[in-house]
Ligand binder design. Structure first.
Ligand code: BTN
Length: 252
């Protein structure tokens, strides 16, 4: 096998504000594609939509990966979908759980969130992606969560009843990401899209978009948009960031 692209350099930190911020500084200094930053604990971990990402030291896998795909800026969502597939596959291999994906990129076990993905893209003036900071947080050995997230979050330990080795999980995630990202560079989004559909917890579910549109999720489009069939039978495309909070209607 060719030498791994993802993980060509790994910066393993104890405590950091956010692996995303640390990697952003390395990216600005010209770090190569595939550079990874991991930490045992983040003091200012960030999630999607400006939310915080909580962890207790040593209980999670926390990593950020530097990617430099040659893509139009609006296509960054596809990268996070590819990453979701890789994380779900890694959790199957290393922890033996059947993870599912909630659009755009929450990783669920038994209907609760076990991992989150945050793709922060920097676009160039020509409308292409400069780089993507792909952040992944996996709840591994937590036995409880803060009240705010307690009823929606889980950890691999809670889901399986046993402790897991974060180092082994990190290796499995880097392996799966390397395979899926190379496949994406060579063959485009098609193969990961197929895998995403198979792993999807969203397709077939009723969802609510942030603008109030409701419908059943019927398809993942080739550009990563989620297609809803509304109550009037019409199809609507929803772009990342456009689903309402707790967007599976069944979870309201
Ligand atoms: C989400 O909101 O679901 C995305 C969470 C992403 C969290 C990870 S943890 C490692 C990386 N560093 C951060 O500050 N955030 C991401």
């Amino acid at each position: 096998m060719a030498a791994a692209l993802i993980g060509c350099a790994v910066h393993a930190l104890g405590e950091v504000d956010s692996t995303q911020s640390h990697l952003a500084a390395l990216a600005a200094q010209g770090a190569p594609e595939g550079t990874v930053v991991t930490a045992r604990h983040q003091t200012r971990g960030r999630g999607r939509r400006g939310r915080a990402w909580w962890d207790r030291s040593g209980e999670s896998v926390l990593l950020s990966v530097l990617l430099r795909p040659s893509l139009p800026a609006g296509r960054a969502v596809v990268i996070s979908l590819v990453a979701g597939v890789a994380v779900a596959e890694a959790l199957g291999v290393a922890a033996g759980v059947a993870a599912r994906l909630r659009w755009p990129n929450d990783v669920l076990v038994a209907d609760r969130k076990v991992a989150g993905i945050l793709a922060e893209a920097q676009s160039e003036t020509d409308g292409h992606l400069g780089h993507v900071l792909l952040g992944i947080g996996i709840n591994v050995n937590q036995e409880r969560f803060p009240d705010e997230v307690g009823d929606r979050a889980t950890s691999l330990r809670l889901a399986t009843g046993r402790a897991h080795d974060p180092g082994r999980l990190l290796d499995a995630v880097l392996d799966a990401l390397d395979r899926r990202y190379r496949e994406f560079l060579t063959h485009g989004f098609g193969p990961a899209r197929e895998a995403w559909r198979r792993l999807s917890a969203s397709l077939g579910q009723r969802v609510t978009a942030a603008d109030g549109r409701q419908g059943t999720a019927v398809e993942l489009d080739e550009d990563g948009a989620l297609v809803l069939r509304g109550d009037d039978g019409a199809l609507h495309r929803v772009l990342a960031g456009e689903l309402g909070e707790g967007h599976h209607a069944a979870r309201h």
